[in-house]
Design a protein around this ligand. Structure first.
Ligand SMILES: [Fe+2]
Length: 297
């Protein structure tokens, strides 16, 4: 039986990477250090595969999983090429777990597909967290796309499918929700001089509120807040990464808490944090709808 042995919500902002470059030293040190420490926790937990809910692999129709046996390439961001360019990467993939996720999502009635196209490269919401959390590529990497047109309810069902697949595939898995908290950018003209500020006081307070809910284990309260939070605070891909993470952990049956790894920081107007979630005593996975009917019948 497989198991979720690690779960985290993480930041992937390009300025974390920029902070490594000459002339930008110190930028987002606490986020970068937080990712490195999270990586060490994952290694101690024996993570074999990181499943990354990648909010920069944006899908418009259906759910998509990168089931390639190996991810290898050189990445330049189309969005912000002066921050991230010519970044070489090489990770082993996890076709078996990837195809299990597709199978379980389909069993739950969702349109899901796995792909191993050679030119389907990784996006930076996978590459940057993996750069610090998985620096030697010891763990496999399995990117999961995020559908910008999916409702949070659909994303919840997909996250439940991921959990079923983990149990079925016999892997020790680290779940990584790679996405922002609030996600309202500054207007372009203001962005350069406000790089490290959150763009609205309302969003900043909402993010702090959510971080407190996670820290104190007020999960039901957070889940009641979430549908409005993701909309009003401009959630990155509707905060699908967060929805999938909580669904995989057990949704309102989850009793864990979240611990901040690094600070809460603004980046180009958005709210950023790394949070490690408890994975002890997770509730059992939710059966696919068909299985549920069979059991009840
Ligand atoms: Fe992003």
């Amino acid at each position: 039986m497989g198991r979720v042995v690690f779960a985290a919500k993480v930041s992937h902002v390009p300025s974390i990477y920029l902070g490594e470059q000459p002339g930008h030293e110190g930028l987002h040190d606490s986020l970068r250090d937080g990712l490195r420490r999270l990586g060490r926790v994952a290694r101690e937990a024996g993570v074999e595969t990181f499943v990354v809910f990648d909010s920069h692999w944006i899908n418009t129709i259906g759910y998509h999983v990168n089931v390639a046996a190996r991810h290898e390439g050189v990445f330049t961001s189309h969005e912000i090429p002066h921050f991230i360019h010519d970044l070489a990467y090489r990770y082993e993939g996890d076709p078996d777990l990837g195809r299990a996720i597709v199978r379980e999502a389909r069993a739950g009635g969702q349109d899901a597909r796995g792909h191993d196209y050679r030119s389907l490269g990784l996006e930076y919401a996978t590459l940057l967290p993996m750069r610090y959390m998985n620096p030697d590529g010891a763990a496999r990497v399995l990117p999961v796309g995020q559908n910008v047109n999916a409702s949070w309810q659909e994303n919840r069902r997909f996250g439940e499918a991921v959990r079923r697949a983990v149990e079925a595939a016999g892997r020790r898995v680290g779940l990584v929700a790679s996405g922002s908290l609030s996600h309202q950018f500054w207007p372009n003209e203001e962005a350069p001089r406000r790089l490290l500020e959150v763009s609205s006081e309302f969003n900043r307070q909402a993010d702090e509120h959510v971080l407190a809910q996670w820290r104190e284990g007020r999960v039901k309260e957070f889940l009641a807040f979430l549908p409005t939070y993701l909309r009003v605070c401009s959630g990155e891909v509707n905060m699908s990464d967060t929805v999938m993470l909580f669904a995989a952990l057990g949704w309102d049956r989850y009793r864990g808490r979240g611990v901040l790894y690094g600070g809460y920081e603004g980046s180009s107007g958005t709210g950023q944090a790394n949070v490690l979630f408890d994975v002890d005593d997770l509730p059992p996975p939710v059966p696919a709808a068909g299985e549920q009917r069979e059991r009840e019948g």
